[in-house]
Design a protein around this ligand. Structure first.
Ligand SMILES: [Zn+2]
Ligand SMILES: [Zn+2]
Length: 236
């Protein structure tokens, strides 16, 4: 896999003044062959308006992954799915409410680990009783790129599981790390764990929380990517 572009459509913060931000997460991942929509944020109007301003055409999306069923990740779910072309592939985690799915779409339920296409995987883990969450993993020459929604199963558990499955170094971890309720000491332990696991670059956003984002920035310096609504990251 050569060039990968990650566009943040919706996040708690914004990096582009013309877009709407809010508590939630949505990103588009382009890999050359595929345009993968990962979550849709918590505001349907903001999703459509931001997508339009970012030049994203919903009809070109080839795959949709909903990380988990919480409202800050599935805004306008039914409507968005209704706009997709017929052969668009949809990946839900186990336990995702089926009432959100239009009948004509082919849904794949990810409970464990699934190859979406060569070098692209969805990995589901339990994030608590009755909550399953999946992360997106891209295998690149630099190592694994892991994209998380809320990381309810625990961000370091996700990293360890991905590494165990694919036996490759961890290049970039991007998304919500769910550390906004954690104290200083726990955050430090998690940052240390990232370094012990050999994670090269980090891009925490959404529910990672300001204190954790600051700690990651201090620890990773030039390998910390500040992202928010409207950020576009290109990995060559
Ligand atoms: Zn959540
Ligand atoms: Zn969330």
């Amino acid at each position: 896999m050569k060039r990968i572009t990650i566009t943040i459509i919706y996040d708690n913060c914004k990096e582009n003044r013309d877009l709407q931000e809010g508590w939630g997460f949505s990103a588009l991942i382009e890999t050359g062959h595929r345009k993968i929509l990962f979550d849709t944020g918590n505001n349907r109007d903001a999703f459509f308006s931001n997508s339009e301003k970012l030049g994203i055409d919903c009809g070109e999306i080839t795959d949709i992954i909903f990380s988990h069923k919480h409202n800050d990740h599935i805004a306008g779910c039914r409507e968005i799915l209704g706009k997709m072309r017929e052969n668009c592939r949809v990946y839900f985690p186990k336990g995702f409410p089926s009432k959100l799915v239009p009948k004509n779409l082919q849904i794949q339920k990810v409970s464990d680990f699934q190859e979406i296409e060569k070098n692209v995987f969805a990995m589901g883990l339990k994030g608590g009783i009755l909550l399953h969450e999946q992360s997106l993993i891209l295998q690149t020459e630099k190592g694994l790129i892991i994209i998380t929604g809320c990381a309810h199963p625990g961000i370091t558990n996700i990293l360890e599981s991905a590494q165990k499955k694919l036996k490759a170094p961890l290049y970039l971890v991007l998304g919500g790390f769910h550390l906004f309720r954690k104290g200083c000491h726990s955050i430090e332990k998690i940052v240390n764990k990232f370094q012990a696991l050999g994670v090269s670059r980090v891009a925490p956003c959404h529910c990672s929380g300001e204190p954790a984002i600051r700690k990651f920035q201090e620890a990773y310096q030039q390998d910390f990517c500040k992202i928010g609504t409207g950020s576009i990251l290109t990995i060559l």
